[in-house]
Design a protein. Structure first.
Length: 364
């Protein structure tokens, strides 16, 4: 039976469309361009991912140590150094109180000196029999009362001088003003907060981790932190709260964040190990191709030929994935351009990426 004209037309059309592709795969076609990275030997562990939050190690509502009318408060967003002024309270009134207390001390010092002389005079007269016992006792009583008044006045002067010295509210650490809790012209009581200061240069992540993870982590270890945008960084464990929560079966972890764009209050994910780490061969995630027959990677030989290697995926750590199945540390694998590669093809290496082994210490 002869093929119809329609079938012949379709075959001719397909042959014509395939001609450029066949020409590209001919002996004179340039080799496909790929980007490669090296497989690396890593230590990875089973992990669990828990929610966490970015916090500052120094985040406080700074309180005033004096009472009075607020003269000035730093603007929101202003930077402040350690010991820098963030508010001024009752300046002129505190100066007046200090001067009044100082004058009171001087007046009472003069009175005590006068009464000391009067007691001495009455004692001399009493020895000579020229003064009554009653006048002597009265002089002593007045002198003792004046001495007590002077002691209280000196305490008042110390308080006034202390208040004057603390009329400027200072931040104990560097940071930024994020909230003003009082405005100029308002009356402030001693101990009331004037502003919230946050040190945005000393950030860390806090998370509640399973009790099962506590035995696998110690201070100084690395955990993996993933931001809301998918960025992954390492964080160094600073502290583990030693008391677990009986209800949630968790304990608090605090880890110092490394480089990255973080905001206080940002929600993150924290990966912590639940088992001891083990040695693995790892490749970038982009190197693993998912095919009908399973996962595979293209390994580039010394002669620039692509070889398809079947692998089994395992643990992940940041941008890396552990693989089993014939790869060794140092093997070059394709991370970009492998979708259309065929086994045995020669390739042109456009660039070689450094495997990001520092993307995170945890695995999951």
């Amino acid at each position: 039976m002869r093929p119809s004209a329609h079938v012949i037309s379709v075959i001719a059309t397909l042959a014509f469309a395939a001609a450029p592709a066949l020409a590209q795969e001919g002996p004179d076609a340039p080799p496909p361009v790929v980007v490669v990275a090296s497989a690396t030997a890593e230590r990875m562990a089973e992990t669990v991912t828990v929610p966490g939050s970015v916090v500052s190690r120094s985040d406080s509502e700074i309180a005033a140590e004096v009472s009075g009318v607020v003269d000035w408060v730093a603007e929101i967003g202003a930077s402040v150094e350690a010991g820098g002024t963030i508010a001024r309270v009752g300046g002129e009134l505190l100066q007046i109180e200090a001067k009044r207390a100082e004058a009171s001390v001087k007046r009472l010092e003069a009175r005590v000196a006068f009464l000391d002389d009067e007691v001495a005079r009455q004692e001399e007269l009493s020895r000579k029999g020229s003064a009554s016992r009653q006048k002597l006792e009265q002089a002593r009583s007045e002198r003792d009362q004046a001495r007590q008044d002077l002691a209280e006045a000196r305490l008042m002067l110390e308080r006034a001088q202390y208040d004057l010295a603390h009329a400027e509210v200072k931040s104990p650490f560097p940071g930024r003003i994020v909230t003003r809790l009082i405005e100029p012209g308002e009356f402030l009581n001693r101990g009331s907060a004037v502003a919230r200061v946050v040190d945005v240069s000393a950030l860390e992540v806090t998370a509640q981790i399973p009790i099962s993870s506590v035995a696998q982590i110690k201070e100084g270890d690395q955990v993996t932190v993933e931001g809301p945008g998918g960025e992954v960084v390492g964080a160094t464990v600073r502290a583990l709260v030693p008391v677990g929560d009986e209800v949630s079966r968790s304990a608090e972890l605090r880890a110092t964040l490394e480089a990255g764009v973080w905001l206080v209050g940002m929600a993150v994910k924290v990966a912590t190990p639940t088992a001891p780490p083990r040695d693995v061969i790892a490749v970038p995630r982009d190197a693993v191709l998912l095919r009908a027959e399973g996962a595979a990677v293209f390994r580039i030989g010394a002669d620039g030929t692509a070889e398809l290697v079947q692998v089994r995926r395992g643990l992940t750590s940041g941008g890396l994935v552990a693989v089993e199945g014939g790869l060794a540390a140092g093997d070059r694998v394709v991370v970009r351009g492998g979708e259309t590669l065929q086994p045995g093809q020669k390739v042109q290496i456009q660039a070689e990426n450094a495997t990001d082994a520092s993307a995170g210490a945890g695995a999951g």
